[in-house]
Write a protein that binds this ligand. Structure first.
Ligand code: GDG
Length: 726
């Protein structure tokens, strides 16, 4: 049976004199995943047992009775890791609140240590085939720590908060480490597409990561990104609403507020929840309203992170504001705001939702906001009005709510009036679609989708095989052949990309492997690149192999210093026109450069803002492709380049040129980008083609990255007897 190891900062238990299972969205979503799954939890139990013996005893009980593996922290660690780095630095930044971000020199160290402690606890417990699901911003380093320890482990990471724009995220001093940590996951999930887009944008800007629309490629693995809006556990609410306790609680609330309309507010007391602006809107509403005696505003403000200064200040400010508004608008018959700084039990919560005429959910930013969904779930009679901030992740789904801008106080005042005046028919026409969404997109469905993506093997389009199988096939092929032609692309195939093309010089390992292969008996080695003749002579002139430069325009046989054209007469009349267009583009795209290779002209945008560069590359490609229909050229996009080459040659032409009448009985070609596809498409029964990395391909086999190519070539080189002299 597959196991899911659910890892969150807090275990779903409350440890006091007894131990009880705590409830909450995530807990209920996970505990109802069905019988097919064996679920375990790893996290902090929320207590500090004093001795080793007490810790041991608690651990045994938690494991045996609750399937929970505790990770213990000292009080100091909780201060530094949880209240410090997690909630005084990360939480404010993730919620665009740069002014409440604090720093302390011990926090980062504690954050790293606790993430390591979680890693060790997981590694002690994990078995082959398990899925590890890591939750939230307290454990951002954990996926990469697990990946380093076990490359094959399936790790998912879900962020429950927003992921802010790059401009905000980059304020974090340890931003690169955090991103690298998250990228260690196989799947990283977010509540909305916006957060996913921001994450991708930060990764490509801060790490120069190689990103596709929904994945980020790294040296050794691919991190997929997805949107999984979390839902609520509907059945728990339904069950509660069937209970007698619920019915009597509704009755009690109605009696307490008899003759009054109820406007409800429920949240943790947090600066992201927009309490200040909402209270101002209520104040203004009360100033304008003629029947304010008939309305009560109920606030259930759950205490939260009272150890953090920003939360203490917020509490003081909000309580003062409530006091001022009540002082201003109270009469002997009515106090407009009833403010409870405490939590209520589940029955009271459901009854509060069910009896409220209007629910105000107006965070200034919120990952999702489950309260909005819970209110909808408790409206069995389909009445009631949800006023929802456009800055809550939930607004993406709950579009028939009354959507407000929480910064627009006048707008909120007007919407509050609209909500209170709304005829029941309109309330229903808005509530019915909301109820359908909340019911269908429930917690279980979201969790199943995430785990489904995490456990699915994502097969790339075209090309198959693993490093081991390709290695074995090539070793067999080289052993069985008396003569082999081996065509290797350089950038992205033998050598990983660098920030600039000049920086991607061959490593000692590459030179050693090429040297060894080029001297092997019965092996003809060809290095086929888009680089210029001069560059190739400079880097590889000392090796005994055939150099093919500029995508097949010219070659330099082993031992020679002379370049020979591979095509006799090349028509280059198109050069001035194309050069002037590309030059124009380089002027309007800061950071981009033009490389003139004579038979090819290349526009490089690797040093530009990645998204701006990619966007301009599309524009340039489409402009050049229109022109190309009348010219003897080909326009291709590669890794951060747009290249125009003469269509009289290609890497495919070059390969054909060398093997057409040859007696090789195996022709191997390895490459990573679109220019290499011309080699893969050559029709020759002796061909064995390998694509490096992701993306569609005509190649027969696939290797994940340059390291894997070098591993395979090293294996082949080791068995080939050295024969020829250089
Ligand atoms: C984070 C993200 C994201 C509240 N008061 C009481 C009570 N609650 C329960 C609610 C709800 C939960 O607490 C609050 O969830 P939210 O989603 O509204 O907000 P956060 O706590 O900030 O949660 C958020 C969420 O993670 C999930 O991914 O939606 O954006 O910030 O379930 O019902 N429960 C009880 N008594 C209370 O007084 N029993």
């Amino acid at each position: 049976m597959n196991r899911v190891i659910n890892v969150a900062n807090r275990l779903p238990v409350t440890v006091g004199r007894t131990i009880s299972k705590s409830s909450g969205g995530l807990v209920s979503a996970m505990s109802h995943l069905g019988d097919s799954m064996d679920l375990r939890w790893i996290g902090w139990p929320g207590s500090h047992p004093r001795s080793d013996a007490q810790r041991q005893k608690l651990t045994e009980r938690l494991v045996a009775e609750f399937q929970c593996e505790p990770v213990f922290m000292s009080r100091q660690e909780v201060d530094d890791f949880y209240f410090g780095y997690s909630n005084s630095l990360l939480w404010p930044i993730l919620h665009y609140n740069t002014s409440d971000m604090r720093q302390h020199d011990t926090w980062w160290q504690a954050y790293k240590e606790i993430n390591l402690r979680f890693r060790d606890a997981i590694l002690r417990d994990v078995r082959p085939g398990d899925c590890v699901w890591v939750h939230d911003y307290q454990l951002m380093l954990l996926p990469a720590l697990l990946r380093e320890a076990d490359i094959n482990l399936r790790v998912g990471f879900f962020l429950h908060t927003p992921f802010p724009s790059y401009e905000t995220f980059r304020c974090i001093p340890q931003r690169e480490e955090l991103l690298r940590g998250m990228l260690g996951a196989n799947v990283v999930g977010f509540h909305t597409y916006g957060y996913m887009r921001h994450f991708r944008s930060s990764a490509i800007r801060l790490l120069a990561a190689d990103a596709e629309i929904n994945s980020i490629r790294q040296e050794h693995h691919v991190c997929h990104m997805g949107v999984y809006p979390i839902g609520i556990h509907i059945a728990a609410f339904e069950e509660e609403m069937d209970s007698d306790a619920f019915t009597s609680e509704c009755q009690r609330i109605r009696e307490t507020h008899q003759g009054k309309r109820i406007v409800l507010n429920v949240e943790r007391l947090d600066y992201s929840k927009g309490l200040r602006g909402r209270l101002e809107a209520i104040d203004r509403f009360l100033e304008l309203s003629s029947d304010k005696q008939k309305i009560v505003f109920v606030f259930i403000a759950v205490p939260s992170r009272g150890e953090v200064r920003a939360y203490q200040e917020l509490r003081e400010e909000i309580e003062a504001l409530v006091g001022r508004i009540n002082g201003k608008h109270s009469t002997i018959h009515n106090t407009p705001i009833q403010f409870v700084h405490d939590s209520v039990n589940f029955t009271e919560l459901c009854a509060s939702y069910a009896t409220a005429d209007v629910m105000l959910v107006t965070p200034i930013i919120d990952g999702m906001n489950l309260v909005a969904k819970e209110y909808v779930a408790c409206r069995r009679d389909e009445s009631g009005v949800l006023v929802l901030s456009e800055f809550a992740g939930a607004a993406n789904e709950l579009s028939t709510a009354l959507i407000v801008n929480p910064y627009d106080v006048d707008g909120m005042t007007a919407t509050l009036q609209q909500a209170l005046d709304m005829p029941v028919e309109e309330q229903k026409s808005r509530m019915i679609p909301l109820r359908r969404i909340v019911t269908e997109n429930n917690a279980q469905r979201g969790a199943n989708r995430f785990l489904g993506d995490l456990s699915r093997d994502v097969e790339p389009a075209g090309g198959s095989g693993s490093t081991t199988s390709v290695g074995a096939e090539l070793v067999d092929g080289f052993r069985g052949a008396s003569s082999v032609a081996c065509f290797l692309d350089y950038d992205g195939t033998l050598r990983a990309f660098e920030r600039t093309p000049e920086a991607a010089q061959p490593t000692e390992r590459i030179n050693r492997i090429l040297g060894r292969l080029s001297h092997a008996t019965g092996v003809d080695l060809y290095l086929v690149s888009g680089r210029s003749r001069q560059n190739m002579s400079e880097w590889f002139g000392g090796l005994s192999l055939t150099l093919v430069a500029e995508h097949g325009a010219a070659c330099r046989p082993p031992g020679s210093e002379q370049w020979q054209p591979l095509v006799e007469t090349v028509d280059l009349s198109w050069r001035p026109q194309i050069l002037s267009i590309i030059h124009e583009f380089s002027l309007s795209t800061p950071g981009s450069t033009v490389e003139d290779k004579h038979t090819a002209i290349v526009w490089h945008y690797r040093k530009c803002d990645p998204e701006f560069g990619a966007w301009k590359a599309q524009e340039l490609t489409s402009m050049l492709s229109d022109l190309a229909s009348n010219l003897p050229v080909e326009v291709q996009q590669g890794h951060a380049i747009v290249e125009v080459t003469s269509n009289q040659f290609s890497k495919g032409h070059a390969l054909r040129h060398f093997v057409k009448d040859s007696d090789h009985d195996l022709v191997v070609c390895v490459g990573d980008d679109t220019t290499d596809e011309a080699m893969f498409k050559v029709e020759d029964p002796r061909l064995y083609s390998v694509k490096v990395g992701r993306g569609p391909t005509a190649a027969m086999r696939r290797l994940p990255n340059c390291e894997a190519v070098l591993d395979v070539l090293e294996e082949v080189a080791a068995l080939a007897p050295e024969g020829r002299d250089g």
